[in-house]
Design a protein around this ligand. Structure first.
Ligand code: NAP
Length: 358
């Protein structure tokens, strides 16, 4: 049953891996409710249950099963001030901007607008001040971009280090889950008993996005943070959860105890505002000498927390550690929901009153 006080939202690309996560996470969301779902022309006009090959562990929400998939055009989502995009990037390239032009606030997971100078590339706990870039956009609505799924885990683990000590250089090897490849995904013949040492476009994203995310926001735009990143990305036979093995050079010397302390104590505006999707602790420091592991730790705090462990000195740079985060929750739909909650709490959704935050 519809709750009139909730903000009606649309999910673009609602049938895919990330789209399904949105549908699952939006079921009983306290502020938002799904009013429209869209997909490609292949799915248009079909009931959601017919078009979506449901791969979530929770049952498909009853309200969504018979929902008819609409075309991915602004006229199909009139009445939804907030639009979540889980579109395939090639489609997002030309389909998302018209929604911003038509007055919707789009929170997107696609790469298409991430490096546009006036589009905030944000992780709610890392650079919430970049939301101010929305005011420099020329659309009546706007676009906020969620970073790449591996970038999100990386910058969450790095933020307390950047803030306390600075980070100059880092090397990262990623071990990325198959759900990151979307539907139908990589074939079992290719991935079982195997590892694929290349994910097209992924290394470039990990190497470029942190510079913008950690950049300094001033009225004119973002001044990039001077960090050099070298990334090697691999697809591995894990269903959900990306693991990153990171070596860092800090801006100033710090002890292991200082690093563990800033990780443990890190909280942000999202926690202070008690946003509905915010984890209580964005970073969990794990004690086990073989932790974190994707199967054991990807679901911490509903999949919204990053875990870190195995901190030790690095013979090449200063320190090395391992971090795990859930790629379709924290790294996609959950992260985008949290961004939208932050935007709502700051009155940035066109025509929508600020919801009560506790
Ligand atoms: P996916 O499983 O391939 O789903 C893509 C969705 O886009 C489907 O709903 C599909 O609809 C729709 N679509 C494709 N072409 C379209 C078109 N021309 N017009 C309208 N809709 C179209 O992909 P995904 O893994 O969910 O990823 C979605 C986006 O999030 C991508 O941009 C991806 O790079 C990004 N992302 C993914 C992850 C992850 O872990 N998977 C993490 C972060 C970001 P049909 O079902 O009708 O084909």
């Amino acid at each position: 049953m519809s709750t009139p006080s909730k903000i009606p939202v649309a999910v673009l690309g609602a049938t895919g891996t990330v789209g399904q996560r949105f549908i699952a996470l939006l079921d009983s969301h306290p502020w938002f409710e799904v009013a429209a779902v869209t997909a490609s022309q292949r799915s248009e006009g079909k009931a959601y249950r017919e078009a979506a090959s449901w791969i979530q562990a929770s049952p498909m929400p009853a309200e969504i099963r018979e929902r008819v998939l609409r075309p991915t055009v602004p006229e199909a989502v009139a009445g939804c001030p907030l639009v979540f995009s889980a579109l395939d990037a090639r489609a997002a390239d030309h389909l998302e901007a018209p929604f911003a032009e038509a007055g919707h606030l789009v929170v997107t997971n696609a790469r298409s607008h991430r490096l546009d100078p006036d589009v905030p590339l944000m992780v709610a706990e890392v650079n919430p001040d970049h939301l101010g870039l929305l005011d420099t956009q020329s659309w009546p609505g706007g676009i906020i971009a969620n970073p790449n799924c591996s970038t999100i885990g990386l910058v969450l683990a790095l933020k307390p280090l950047v803030q306390a000590f600075g980070v100059r250089r880092l090397h990262v090897v990623s071990l990325q889950a198959i759900s990151g490849a979307g539907l139908p995904g990589i074939s079992s013949y290719q991935i079982l008993d195997n590892l694929i040492p290349r994910i097209p476009g992924e290394e470039e994203k990990l190497e470029s996005e942190p510079r913008k995310i950690f950049g300094r926001f001033s009225e004119g735009g973002i001044e990039p943070y001077p960090i050099a990143v070298s990334a090697q990305c691999n697809r591995v036979p894990v269903v959900d959860g990306h693991t990153l093995c990171v070596s860092v050079e800090l801006g100033r010397k710090a002890s292991e105890e200082e690093i563990l302390k800033v990780w443990r104590e890190y909280r942000s505006e999202a926690q202070r505002l008690l946003l509905p999707s915010a984890p209580q602790r964005p970073i969990h420091v794990l004690e086990g000498d073989d932790h974190p592991q994707p199967r054991l730790h990807r679901d911490l705090e509903g999949g919204m927390a990053a875990s870190v462990g195995r901190l030790r000195s690095c013979p090449l740079l200063d320190y090395k550690f391992v971090t795990v985060s859930h790629n379709t929750v924290r790294g996609a739909a959950g992260g985008a929901l949290l961004l939208a909650e932050l935007a709502a709490a700051q009155g940035k959704i066109p025509g929508v009153a600020v919801p009560a935050t506790s």
